[in-house]
Design a protein around this ligand. Structure first.
Ligand code: NAI
Length: 338
């Protein structure tokens, strides 16, 4: 199969080539897929995209015209693909549902620890031989209550890790996981209750019509004063402006994010020599109690290996005229597109 890989980052090429074993003819391009760059897909059977690419209605229509039959996502999240349109156009779409939930959950914990214990600021001081300890006070995780919103693959690992820290676990999900209740004593509660009771909130739901701006002003007002919020899911699950207000008025004590609502125009590129025209990221960057990473929770050796192998597996299935169990166009009835 001839495959064009959009949004290629240098570090993933060896993983993809190793998994491919020269079976498919791969072309790597650094540009993201959108309605303009879709033209590059002329002459290919399949495209592979990542979370910053946009497979909107217009883009999918173009891909269909150019003869694209398959879209192999290199991500678990698929909020950037209009699945209803892909199904209507008979373009098959598959994701990598579980490449390493550990990578993401461990990154969420890293954000929490670094924020709480002020590791970045402490290290910056030490680099200047400033060993002053003022303003570096954190809190024990032991006995704190963590609210996990979305207890699927990643949220479950988060629950397991935080149980190890001695936290009390609250969960909120449309489907309950009995194992988390039995093994780790997690209690399922309504979102409102979770927000009222949690000292730490970690978000692990997919972005869709139901979860868009799930965390908003009304909910933030109910939160415990000084709550720490961690978001490694998708930026638009939280309303960024409302979060900034919550940080400014002190309701939110700390925020750790690996994803950002407007990351599409920012992340995965070096903007250090430009004037960044995004007031929200400028405000967030300026706050000492905010820690931002650029969507790199998935960046572990194991995750990159699994992503590459699953992408090639999905392409192999399609090349052999078989279905892959990772096909998303089969589950569109469950999905509310954003
Ligand atoms: P999953 O599908 O295993 O779990 C998601 C959970 O959210 C499910 O249990 C589901 O029932 C629940 N859920 C869905 N809608 C809900 C709602 N309205 N209210 C409450 N719960 C709801 O997905 P997984 O693998 O745990 O990934 C979660 C998300 O993490 C992905 O959708 C993706 O957006 C994000 N992600 C971020 C990465 C990063 O690099 N920062 C990497 C991988 C995933």
């Amino acid at each position: 199969m001839k495959v064009i890989i959009y949004s290629t980052k240098d570090f993933e090429i060896p993983y993809i080539e190793r998994a491919n074993k020269k079976k498919h003819k791969l072309t790597f391009v650094s540009e993201a897929l959108n309605s303009k760059t879709a033209l590059k897909a002329v002459g290919y059977d399949a495209v592979s995209i990542f979370s910053g690419d946009q497979a909107s209605i217009i883009t999918l229509d173009k891909l269909k015209d150019f003869g694209i039959k398959y879209i192999a996502l290199r991500s678990a999240g698929y909020d950037n693909v209009n699945l209803n349109t892909a199904a209507r156009l008979n373009i098959k779409v598959a994701n990598v549902p579980s490449y390493s939930p550990y990578a993401i959950a461990e990154h969420a914990v890293s954000l929490l620890l670094a924020l709480n214990r002020k590791l970045i600021e402490s290290n910056e001081r030490v680099e200047h031989f400033n060993f002053d300890l003022n303003h570096l006070i954190g809190y024990d995780l032991n006995n704190k209550t963590i609210g996990i919103i979305g207890t699927g693959r990643i949220g479950s690992i988060m629950a397991k890790i935080m149980h190890g820290f001695g936290c009390n676990l609250l969960g909120c999900d449309i489907e309950e996981n009995k194992e988390l209740v039995d093994k780790y004593g997690l209690t399922y509660v309504a979102l409102n209750t979770l927000c009222k009771q949690a000292d730490i909130i970690s978000i692990h739901v997919p972005l869709n019509g139901d979860t868009h701006y799930l965390i908003n002003e009304a909910l933030i007002e109910k939160m415990k004063k000084g709550v720490t919020i961690i978001n490694t899911a998708r930026g638009a699950v939280i309303n960024t402006e409302d979060i900034i207000t919550g940080l400014e008025n002190g309701t939110i004590g700390a925020l750790g994010i690996d994803v950002y609502e407007n990351e599409q125009d920012l992340f995965f590129k070096d903007h250090s020599h430009e004037i960044v025209n995004d007031d929200n990221i400028i405000k967030l960057n300026a706050m000492p109690n905010v820690l931002i990473t650029g969507h790199h929770a998935f960046l572990t050796d194991e995750a990159l290996t699994n992503i590459a192998e699953t992408v090639i597996y999905n392409l192999d299935c399609w090349g052999d005229n078989k279905n892959t169990e990772n096909e998303l166009t089969n589950i569109i009835t469950k999905v509310t597109p954003t």
